[in-house]
Design a protein around this ligand. Structure first.
Ligand code: ARG
Length: 464
């Protein structure tokens, strides 16, 4: 949109020549903010309709604007629209094209509006859509994990603390731990969505406008609950993007932890799971290798989302009210984080749907390393009425004895056991098995298969 001197027609009155090429390169955002085209057109159409309804522009101008914008929408979606860096951003690219298409009425669209409230509303609409997409993708992953939990409700595996074998648990219980985490992620996106659902459109540059506009009308046309209440805040607020990034970073962290478990579990040392070929790759030199690349990449992509959050917070932290051009740097971080999260969720969903646990290996590992020592201590408390601290001490001595003899706890003789406490009976051996151990953990939230099955039913209901 330059006149003959090369000066920009939007604010060219004051400028003698066009921008330096480097200025254009640093200033233009069209290369990335073109992703907001749909939101920009939607918001402009709502604005034009409102201007006409309020008698600020004529109905025929509003109609021409609206039809012109729809033409532009199909040009962009059809790949025939020519984006220009000289026109800086998506807002000016679209407005310039509107002028070319419909002439004079195009110039009336920007009445009672500024690019500051325009970009704020476009970006909010985009982030709001991403919250919905994240919620849907997380739900899909939860469903796959619930199916894994159902199939392995009583499949015994070791539970770890410090990555040391701790107590036997079930595969189903482990899967449902991630379902809980993902449910919180989903709730975070839903909370953020509810909070961001106010329309900044009509705040104009920063102070509001003297035109008798109807902000309720544009807010409701765009699916917002209400207009934002302070014009300064409206154009300077990016909390909605920060909340999205924070929710994405936490979710990415959860995915990264599961990915890390898959990397460990699929190793030859663990053999807890068999990953499908669809999500693994081979080595160019070692023919036997099957590498868990998708899991490793999900683990790494969490870092990228965290980086986006930190970059965004740092970009905002020193900005005075209201809009500063710094805020043009808000979009790439959010676009990249959103793409990264969606890809990670899709890959994890595919991987977990294909994943085959290996019950014999899981069971063998669950019984190793004296994993039922706590059950022995609990038995001493229950049957011999020892205080737990004493029972812990006796059990520790028996673990030491088994270690010295190179056997498991349940391979000690009764005489061995009685060196720990003379009143120990044969009955103690019943609690040393992994099945009994797991079945006994019936406290609410515990790993007993009956609990897991009940939770599976609950989640199936929730996710219906
Ligand atoms: N491209 C700009 C951005 O993304 C649009 C807002 C420009 N506003 C302004 N006062 N220069 O932030």
């Amino acid at each position: 949109m330059s006149d003959k001197s090369g000066a920009n027609a939007m604010w060219g009155g004051r400028f003698a020549a066009g921008p330096d090429a480097i200025m254009e390169a640093i200033n233009a955002s069209i290369s990335f903010d073109k992703r907001l085209y749909k939101q920009d057109i939607e918001a402009s159409r709502a604005h034009a309709a409102m201007l006409a309804a309020c008698g600020i522009i004529t109905n025929s101008d509003a109609r021409a604007i609206s039809e012109g914008l729809l033409t532009i929408l199909s040009e962009i979606e059809g790949g025939t629209f020519e984006f220009s860096a000289a026109l800086e951003d998506i807002h000016m690219n679209i407005e310039a094209r509107l002028k070319a298409l419909i002439g004079a009425p195009a110039g009336r669209l920007h009445t009672a509006r500024s690019r500051n409230d325009q970009v704020a509303v476009d970006f909010r609409l985009w982030v709001r859509d991403q919250c919905d997409a994240a919620i849907a993708s997380i739900s899909a992953l939860m469903q796959v994990l619930v199916a894994q939990a159902e199939a392995g409700a009583d499949m015994i595996m070791p539970g770890f603390t410090h990555l040391q074998t701790a107590q036997p648990v079930t595969w189903g219980h482990h899967m449902l731990a991630y379902v809980e985490m993902l449910a919180r992620d989903k709730a975070r996106f839903a909370d953020a969505r509810a909070r961001m659902n106010e329309s900044p459109l009509g705040a104009a540059a920063l102070a509001g406008t003297g035109f008798a506009i109807d902000r309720e009308m544009t807010a409701s046309a765009l699916g917002f609950d209400r207009p934002t209440a302070n014009s300064l805040d409206s154009v300077s607020d990016r909390d909605f993007a920060m909340e999205f990034l924070a929710a994405a970073a936490i979710c990415g962290t959860h995915l990264s932890r599961l990915a890390e478990e898959l990397v460990i579990w699929s190793s030859a040392q663990f053999r807890f799971v068999i990953m499908s070929d669809r999500f693994s790759t081979g080595s160019s030199i070692m023919p036997q290798k099957k590498n868990p690349d998708a899991a490793e990449l999900i683990r790494a992509k969490g870092a990228r989302i965290n980086g986006a959050l930190v970059a965004f917070l740092t970009m905002m932290k020193g900005l005075p009210l209201t809009y500063s051009k710094d805020m043009q740097e808000d979009k790439e971080q959010v676009f990249d984080a959103a793409d990264t999260l969606m890809l990670s969720l899709a890959a994890m969903t595919g991987m977990m749907a294909d994943l085959k646990p290996n019950p014999p290996a899981l069971r063998a590992a669950a019984g190793a390393a004296f994993s039922t020592a706590t059950d022995l201590a609990d038995w001493l408390v229950r049957r011999l009425n020892l205080p737990f601290r004493d029972a812990h001490h006796v059990t520790g001595a028996l673990v030491k004895l088994a270690e010295d003899k190179g056997c498991d706890l349940d391979e000690l003789t009764l005489a061995d056991m009685q060196t720990g406490h003379p009143e120990i009976t044969q009955e103690v051996f019943a609690v040393l098995g992994v099945d009994n151990s797991v079945a006994s953990r019936t406290s609410f939230g515990g790993t007993a298969p009956a609990n897991v099955r009940a939770q599976v039913e609950r989640w199936k209901e929730v996710l219906k």
